[in-house]
Write a protein that binds this ligand. Structure first.
Ligand code: AGP
Length: 593
């Protein structure tokens, strides 16, 4: 989940690389670095340190003008967060400078086998790559030295390589970690995410695995590892600059929470032509031909998948199993005879999920990726894919993507059902319901009054329990309050031992059939001193309920119920002056297992 940007062309490489790194910083932000060609001394200068891109902007402010440069923001995998382990890394003679996203699993064996005489500065796997290229360049030309190195690597990589002896080229290579080439009027940009190309490239080509690239100022050639030239499939970049800015919002997270009604409306209009759904009939038929659907995902996307299971089973009577990607990839659960797999992912690059896709594809099962990034690995490698149309989600804490995932799963379930629910209309109702709630100042007072402890519980039943899991993740990942989402009926079977005087317990109640049960569970914790809060829908509203939300279709209550919990997390982090868009230890796209 590092960010990588390189530029070569007739423009200011520093400006373009720094702009790209700023846009990609949400992918990983432990350290940042870049390399620019110093025309005066005819070498590549390297600037790097732990900390944010802003620090790199400061440290490069006196650098000389350069038409070529590469940059990197790091989420640490191998080695501490410090200057030595920051990228770019270079080979011993400093001839080769590289930035890398991914994990080289056999780096120690390669070090022992080929580099026993080399001197290393860092603890990283990346430095091994630079040293290997230098070692092979003593007997091979640069292109073959790089290709020979790539063939030895096990694991994943998105690489940019500079050769001090030829400052008119950027070499690049891709395997499992994303890398995209952009062509623009002033040069070639290569980055780990489309966002870095916006404004400098008109067209892009998403590299396939085992691609090797040679970019010059006005051209780019892509090869396979047999050095055979491959065609470029250039597509228009469809991200608008405005999508990448915060606008009048203080944080991307708040902007993206506020965008949720518009996202639902966009999904409804993109997936329906009047009342006819536009989902590929082959997807529908493939699911109908299966005897069980498996939803695989991680984190927030897994929480959306839990709602998806309810939608499929209750709307279309299709049995669904949901699995955490990192577990499914290696536990190999027993499968039904005719399984169909749905992979739910905002980024389309989650390594845990890709590990699942590789295994499933090897067994020739059909797969559908539901993602926000049509150029992503998981979109391109699945049998089918459906877009979230949520627009770029920059904040590390996922909000609008969750709501979009639930909506797209609802449309899919609708299309598989007897269609006695007008889902397009119901999504419009949900969008309007969210609109009525977004500017609730009351939540700020509630956060100040109730979230005063180190821990917190969300409790609910049915769909509200699954929303509670998502609410708990949101709160803990940006406010660092130890939060647990719990089935309301389960708390008394042990965990209630953690309830002390003032422990915050937030109940989510929307289902009239079981609201009484949850209210009883709330009384059990109140009796032990809990500081409780009730978030309810009008259908179950009672006196003294603190937060009352408009009703939406019973199967779509997660779309409205999740919103106050997202705002609670936001205000709790704001109260604590934490970095809301880039929480500690996290990254937006987890591209390592
Ligand atoms: C959610 O707020 C987190 N950022 C994280 O759990 C995320 O949902 C998870 O890493 C899955 O990412 P994906 O949707 O891009 O696959």
């Amino acid at each position: 989940m590092c960010g990588i940007v390189g530029f070569i062309g007739n423009n200011d490489a520093k400006k373009i690389v720094l702009n790209g790194l700023t846009r990609l910083e949400y992918r990983g932000y432990d350290s940042a670095g870049m390399s620019l060609f110093n025309n005066r001394y005819q070498i590549f200068d390297v600037y790097k340190d732990e900390g944010r891109v802003a620090k790199l902007v400061e440290s490069t402010k006196n650098s000389s003008y350069s038409n070529i440069g590469i940059g990197h923001t790091r989420w640490a995998t191998h080695g501490k967060v410090n200057k030595e382990n920051s990228h770019p890394h270079y080979s011993q003679s400093r001839r080769f400078i590289i930035v890398h996203n991914g994990v080289i699993e056999n780096y120690q064996q390669l070090k022992d086998q080929y580099l026993s005489h080399s001197t290393f500065i860092s603890e990283t796997d990346t430095e091994v790559i630079a040293q290997l290229i230098e070692t092979f360049s003593q007997t091979l030309n640069v292109e073959n030295a790089i290709i020979t190195t790539l063939k030895l690597l096990h694991g994943s990589y998105a690489l940019l390589v500079l050769d001090s002896m030829d400052p008119e080229k950027i070499y690049a290579a891709k395997y499992k970690s994303p890398l995209i080439v952009g062509k623009g009027p002033e040069g070639i940009t290569i980055a780990s995410d489309l966002m870095a190309l916006v404004g400098y490239s008109d067209d892009y080509h998403a590299l396939d695995d085992k691609s090797f690239v040679i970019a010059t100022r006005d051209d780019v050639r892509v090869f396979n590892l047999n050095h055979e030239l491959l065609p470029l499939h250039l597509k228009k970049i469809e991200i608008d600059n405005a999508d990448t800015e915060k606008g009048e919002f203080a944080h991307y997270m708040l902007k993206e929470i506020h965008e949720q009604p518009a996202v639902l409306r966009r999904i409804a209009s993109n997936y329906f032509d009047k009342d006819k759904s536009l989902i590929d009939p082959q997807i529908i038929q493939s699911i109908k031909d299966s005897d069980r659907v498996y939803i695989l995902a991680a984190g927030t996307s897994m929480h959306a998948g839990l709602i998806g299971k309810q939608l499929f089973e209750k709307m279309a009577s299709i049995p669904v199993e949901i699995h955490i990607a990192s577990e499914f990839a290696y536990q190999k659960p027993l499968l039904s005879k005719k399984p169909f797999f749905i992979l739910v992912t905002q980024s389309g690059e989650t390594a845990d999920l890709r590990a699942c896709l590789v295994g499933i594809t090897e067994q020739n099962y059909k797969t559908l990726t539901i993602t926000n990034v049509p150029t992503s690995t998981l979109a391109r490698e699945a049998t089918y894919f459906l877009q979230l149309f949520a627009g770029p989600e920059i904040a590390v804490a996922s909000t609008k993507a969750y709501v979009a995932q639930v909506a797209v799963l609802a449309i899919l379930a609708y299309e598989l059902s007897s269609k006695n629910v007008n889902i397009k209309y119901e999504l419009g109702i949900a969008a309007a319901a969210i609109d009525t709630f977004l500017d609730s100042q009351k939540l700020i007072d509630i956060v100040r009054e109730k979230l005063t402890h180190r821990n917190c519980f969300y409790i609910g039943r049915g769909l509200d329990y699954f929303v509670g899991l998502e609410a708990s993740l949101k709160l803990k990942e940006i406010s660092y309050i130890q939060t647990e989402g719990f089935a309301a009926g389960e708390l008394k079977h042990g965990t209630i031992a953690l309830i002390e005087e003032g422990t915050p317990v937030i109940a989510l109640i929307s289902d009239p059939h079981i609201s009484g049960n949850t209210r009883s569970n709330l009384k059990e914790v109140q009796a032990r001193g809990a500081n409780t809060l009730k978030i309810v829908t009008e259908a179950v509203q009672q006196k003294n309920d603190e937060i009352v939300l408009p009703n939406v279709h019973p199967l779509l209550t997660p779309l409205i119920m999740v919103v106050p919990t997202q705002l609670i997390a936001y205000y709790a982090a704001l109260e604590r002056s934490y970095d809301i868009d880039k929480p500690r230890n996290l990254a937006k796209s987890v591209t390592v297992e």
